[in-house]
Design a protein around this ligand. Structure first.
Ligand SMILES: Cc1ncc(COP(=O)(O)O)c(C=O)c1O
Length: 398
């Protein structure tokens, strides 16, 4: 056995492509270059004042200076029970809830609870970069179920049914989606739930962008449209990061059947113990507030969505689907690549765009969606307009 080696489970782990591009853009900015970055996956707003005030008070309270239960503060778990009922109609108790260090940590711990080596996990593609890496960390096999712009970047129940094998243990669902912004309608969610119920596999539903929708239609949770059979296999993941502009506070959670929740709480007691109490108190303030408190942020995203999507749609060579939620748009460069640059890729064009036009986007390859770019519209209105102007000029020059 070679000494001093790094375990393959980590040498084979890909770094987060979105974070890497964002860091590169930030480094260029630090060296004085005027970069417009569409790469970030986080709201550009500060956390609302009332939440910051609650955290400041919490930091002064010695109750929060000690270890607390690994699964989370009782008050916060009670509140999560309430918002779960409000937002997805699911009735659970605090024993079904574990507070985690963000949604990513929640997904990691949920996968630790359900994936054995060789198990297959179905993931609609294009997908958020961390899902397959997390599945692989536990020896699982991520299986992509492809979607295209033509079908609205949504999998059909028939596709899911056909992808299920004897080794499939779970399906990952995210609506609104990162990177495409696709939102499944109630009927589409119901049809998907039926197939998943029949299959009897675990379903991890990532609801982190649940409150960011723009077409007047709410995002339907699979919990609302599934039967008890589905609920017995349903792991909901959520958090305060995107809705409340709290990415840096690191508070997420899972709501899951009791055996999963207690396995995850057990893992967390060995892995990271409780989430920082001050952050949990901030999350309590966020969840106690009416959702209207976040409306100004949602309105700003809605405005920017209109600006960016109309501008991109007007660029010759790009094909764009109006995203119904989250804060991403995923334009296809297929026509540009086919006609003008057959030997190139979205990745190469993204690199050139950054170097030549000083605009950062994430190439679709990172999400198993080649031939496209992901642009986040969580940036100021002026920067956004300048960025799309540069993109139009860059594509025009190709
Ligand atoms: C689809 C999706 N799920 C989960 C997360 C994780 O959110 P956090 O760990 O910041 O709570 C993100 C963050 O980018 C995401 O895009």
């Amino acid at each position: 056995m070679p000494r001093g080696r790094i375990a393959t489970r980590l040498t084979e782990l890909s770094p987060s492509a979105t974070l890497a591009i964002d860091q590169r853009a930030k480094a260029m900015v630090a060296s004085g270059i005027d970069v417009v970055s569409f790469a970030a996956g986080e709201p550009d707003f500060p956390t609302p004042d009332f939440i910051v005030e609650a955290a400041t008070a919490a930091a002064r309270d010695p109750r929060n200076h000690r270890y607390t239960p690994a699964a989370g503060l009782g008050e916060l778990r009670e509140l999560i029970v309430e918002v779960t009922k409000r937002d997805s109609g699911r009735v659970v108790s605090p024993s079904n809830v574990v507070v985690t260090n963000g949604g990513k940590h929640a997904i990691y711990e949920a996968m630790a609870a359900i994936v054995e080596p060789g198990d297959e996990v179905l993931i609609p593609a294009p997908y958020w970069v961390s899902y397959p890496e997390i599945v692989r960390l536990f020896g699982g096999v991520p299986v992509a179920v492809p979607t295209t712009l033509a079908n609205g970047f949504k999998v059909t129940p028939e596709q899911v049914e056909a992808a299920i094998t004897d080794r499939t243990v779970a399906f990952i669902h995210v609506s609104p989606s990162n990177p495409t912004g696709a939102v499944y309608s109630r009927d589409e969610s119901r049809a998907l739930a039926e197939v998943l119920e029949r299959a009897g596999i675990w379903v991890l539903t990532d609801e982190i962008y649940q409150h960011l929708t723009y077409t007047g239609q709410r995002a339907t949770s699979l919990a609302e449209v599934g039967t008890e059979a589905l609920e017995a296999r349903l792991i909901q993941v959520n958090g305060v990061a995107k809705t409340f502009a709290m990415t840096g506070w690191r508070v997420g959670w899972i709501v899951a059947p009791a055996p999963v929740a207690s396995a995850v709480a057990n893992l967390q007691s060995q892995l990271s113990s409780n989430v920082a109490n001050v952050s949990q108190r901030a999350a309590i303030a966020a969840l106690e507030a009416p959702l209207e408190a976040t409306a100004p942020m949602r309105d700003a995203f809605a405005r920017r969505r209109t600006t960016i999507v109309s501008a991109l749609a007007g660029i010759e060579g790009l094909d764009v689907l109006w995203p119904d939620g989250a804060f991403y748009v995923f334009p296809s460069l297929a026509r540009v690549l086919e006609v003008q640059m057959p030997s190139s890729s979205a990745l190469e064009l993204a690199t050139r765009l950054l170097e030549e036009a000083h605009v950062a986007v994430v190439p679709g390859e990172a999400f198993d969606g080649p031939g496209a770019w992901r642009l986040s519209y969580a940036l100021g209105d002026d920067a956004l307009e300048e960025g799309v102007r540069r993109i139009a000029e860059f594509i025009g020059r190709l």
